[in-house]
Design a protein around this ligand. Structure first.
Ligand code: ATP
Length: 369
């Protein structure tokens, strides 16, 4: 069941928690909602769930305008981090609960409920734990049971708010891969709120980045990495190294402390002036030995970091304030501390001050540098 949000705004007092968000989540998609704390992720999820009154705009789930439809009639499954299981009920009773509280006309009989519970517990791989109480389960098992409970009423839309937040990283990694498989097998539409960018990049078809209640960008992990709409999106999804450059008749030149360092820069499709932000992942910067007479960056420190070598570089021998750290695959011949080198920044995304457009080298390569 797809979701269509149109011009959704939600105020708490006079403070907007969600501002004018329009977003379509097609049937079958796995969407991750990410953003800093307070960005409005939970509020948006609660609006879709029907748990958040007082918003404006239009919300369609499937083909139904549900703006005025209460939560219990939306046929949605929820799993929240703190959505504790009922402690006094067994695992099986917890999962059966959603079916048992249905009005008599829509409630399956006792045998059908028992069969459904068995099927769901098998599905989430906790079939042997049906008679246990929540206190007798591990965190990962509890979240699987919470998921089985959410799926009991056969929702077509699954909303997950930090469902794995309390789990240790290894269990978390395993359970999210498993959740993605379940989503595909059951043909669900899922929306996952997460603080964990890696989790979002790993499981989601598309990621919606929220900031201050606004939708900053929505796209596939690939889109967001290759063509982030704003520096914020690029920085939010991973570590970055940034430089400022000046636009000068279709060419770029670095500004500030790095201006005189030998550098290969990306092409620029904008022939105007002004300054540009160059943003790269630390492992996207290339290092090579300087040509004779070139003014290279200074290698201040070299340290092996797993599959990478971590270099600390400075623009001059006595500038310690502007150093930057980059990662280079450790299989490349190492440069020694004290060496001088040319920087290859050609993989940078460019963010113009006016247009806020991202350009990758691939997109800009048709324009002579
Ligand atoms: N019931 C409420 N009353 C007043 N303000 C609220 C309420 N719920 C949320 N807010 C505010 O709305 C904004 C968005 O909150 P929300 O919980 O949606 O953010 P979030 O992105 O989910 O944050 P987190 O990642 O920390 O959970 C925040 O500024 C928050 O303080």
């Amino acid at each position: 069941m797809g979701v269509d949000l149109r011009d959704i705004t939600c105020l708490f007092g006079r403070t907007p928690a969600v501002r004018d968000i329009s977003l379509v989540v097609p049937t079958g998609e796995f969407l991750a909602l990410v953003g800093p704390s307070g960005a409005g992720k939970t509020t948006l999820l609660r609006i879709i769930a029907g748990l958040q009154p007082g918003y404006t705009g239009h919300l369609t789930i499937g083909t139904r305008d549900v703006t005025q439809v209460p939560a219990r009639d939306r046929n949605i499954g929820f799993v929240f981090q703190n959505y504790a299981l009922f402690r006094h009920m067994t695992v099986a009773d917890n999962v059966a609960f959603g079916l048992q509280v249905r009005p008599r006309a829509r409630r399956p009989d006792r045998h059908a409920i028992a069969a459904r519970v068995t099927e769901l517990l098998e599905l989430v791989q906790v079939g042997a734990l049906a008679k246990r109480y929540p206190a007798q389960l591990s965190g990962g098992q509890r979240q699987r049971v919470a998921l089985a409970r959410a799926l009991a009423t056969e929702p077509e839309l699954l909303l997950l708010d930090e469902p794995f937040g309390a789990l240790d990283p290894l269990v978390r990694k395993e359970i999210r891969g498993w959740l993605r498989g379940l989503h595909d097998r059951l043909g669900l539409t899922s929306i996952l709120v997460t603080h964990d960018q890696e989790e979002a990049l790993e499981v989601a078809d598309r990621i919606a980045v929220l900031r201050d209640g606004r939708l900053e960008q929505v796209g596939s992990p690939h889109d967001l990495e290759d063509a982030p709409a704003t520096p914020f999106v690029h920085q939010f999804l991973g570590e970055t190294v940034t430089f400022t450059a000046i636009r000068d008749h279709g060419r770029l030149r670095l500004d500030g402390a790095w201006a005189h360092v030998a550098t290969t820069l990306p092409g620029d499709s904008d022939a105007g002036g002004g300054s540009v932000l160059l943003s790269l992942r630390p492992y996207e910067i290339g290092l090579s030995a300087c040509a004779a007479g070139e003014n290279g960056a200074h290698v201040v420190a070299v340290q092996r970091a797993g599959a990478f070598t971590r270099y600390r570089l400075a623009p001059t021998t006595d500038d310690q304030a502007d150093t930057l750290e980059i990662l280079v695959p450790a299989i490349l011949p190492p440069l020694l501390s004290g060496a001088r080198c040319r920087l290859d920044l050609s993989r940078a995304r460019l963010f113009g001050t006016a247009a806020r457009q991202a350009t990758t080298l691939g997109m800009a390569a048709t324009v002579p540098a």
